[in-house]
Design a protein around this ligand. Structure first.
Ligand code: SF4
Ligand code: SF4
Length: 339
């Protein structure tokens, strides 16, 4: 139950892996220590990306001395064969490896993007060539779009899929995950904590693990956060009846308007930190109203007043949030608080 074979790749790994997003935000020493600690405790699958700035480099340094077999996955948002080839070479350099276990087409937003990567001269061509040359061992795809994931399952061109799945976004459990597993694809679960919106690690990790056959890759920025997840993974991870009720309760608190803090909507031409502005209420709830007057959040809100409602962010949000409206509402809410 704690181990899984990642579909056709044949890679046998622990069902709790390590996501490389948060280690780009912290200082390098802490980032490296966190990765080393996770590997020492038993993590044998790490996922990173070209888009995660310093993440590949830091993982490369952390693993340099390790004698443990750790499977490494990375990914690129390049859509052409030449573009992804160049990114694979950069990933190999930063990760200090001669080959990578898995390389994925990252954030394939919609069917047009899917056609582009699978068409002539597209990224898939570059990945196949790199696989033939031994630079990568397996090929995967990541997407927030259920349509893209369904297509990819039917086409059978990829060996793994990375799918959003948490108790706040569970749509993939109806067809995508079971169908991918039935097609012997590896299923890598992202957004176990819904981009940081879920705060209850016990519920988040247990819910993710309840779907057998998948691997979860929650990102952590400290050893303590890692240990919290790891201990849940190693203990009795069964969701009890009371915990299911807790999940139902939390689901009711969120509706379609909740921001998963993925930052795909950036950059905003006005420099607005969209996810911070949309999430300002919960931040005030956690940290108190004073942050609106003296914290860095004050500047963030100041900038949000300049939102021109241009809508440039709208089409980048994979969850179709009405961002300009939410920005307006948040600014108005802050004005009320300050009155
Ligand atoms: S609508 Fe507002 S938040 Fe969105 S991109 Fe335009 S200025 Fe930025
Ligand atoms: S508004 Fe949408 S794209 Fe932007 S951070 Fe939130 S969920 Fe992500």
């Amino acid at each position: 139950m704690r181990r899984v074979v990642l579909g056709k790749t044949g890679m046998e790994i622990n069902r709790l892996g390590f996501g490389g997003i948060p280690i780009q935000r912290i200082d390098q020493k802490q980032a490296i220590e966190t990765v080393v600690h996770a590997v020492e405790r038993g993590v044998d699958f790490i996922d990173t990306a070209r888009a995660y700035t310093t993440s590949e480099k830091r993982i490369g340094i952390a693993l340099k001395e390790s004698e443990k077999r750790v499977f490494i996955a990375s990914k690129s948002q390049q859509r052409t064969a030449d573009g992804i080839r160049s990114d694979i070479e950069k990933s190999l350099y930063d990760l200090q490896k001669d080959s990578l276990d898995l390389y994925q087409c990252h954030f394939v937003r919609d069917l047009d993007a899917y056609r582009e990567i699978t068409g002539r001269g597209g990224a898939l061509e570059g990945l196949l060539k790199a696989r033939d040359e031994g630079l990568i061992r397996h090929i995967g795809l990541t997407s927030h779009s259920l349509d893209v994931l369904r297509y990819a399952i039917d086409d059978g061109l990829f060996e793994t899929l990375m799918v959003c799945y948490s108790y706040l976004e569970w749509a993939a459990e109806k067809a995508v995950i079971p169908n991918a597993l039935a097609a012997h694809m590896g299923v890598i679960v992202m957004k176990t904590f819904s981009g940081g919106v879920i705060e209850n690690a016990r519920l988040a990790v247990k819910f993710g693990l309840a779907f057998e056959g998948t691997v979860l890759i929650p990102g952590v920025e400290s050893k303590e956060r890692f240990d919290e997840n790891w201990e849940i993974f190693c203990g009795d991870a069964t969701l009890g009846r009371k915990e299911m009720l807790e999940i139902e309760n939390e689901r009711r608190q969120f509706d379609k308007q909740f921001c998963r803090r993925c930052d795909y909507c950036l950059p905003c031409p006005e420099g607005i930190s969209i996810q911070i502005v949309i999430g300002i209420r919960s931040m005030v709830k956690r940290m108190g109203r004073s942050i609106l007057q003296s914290g860095w959040q004050k500047d963030v809100i100041e900038k949000a007043r300049n939102c021109t409602q241009c809508g440039a962010c709208l089409e980048r949000c994979p969850y179709d949030l009405p961002i300009p409206e939410l920005i307006k509402e948040s600014v108005a809410w802050v004005e009320d608080q300050l009155e």
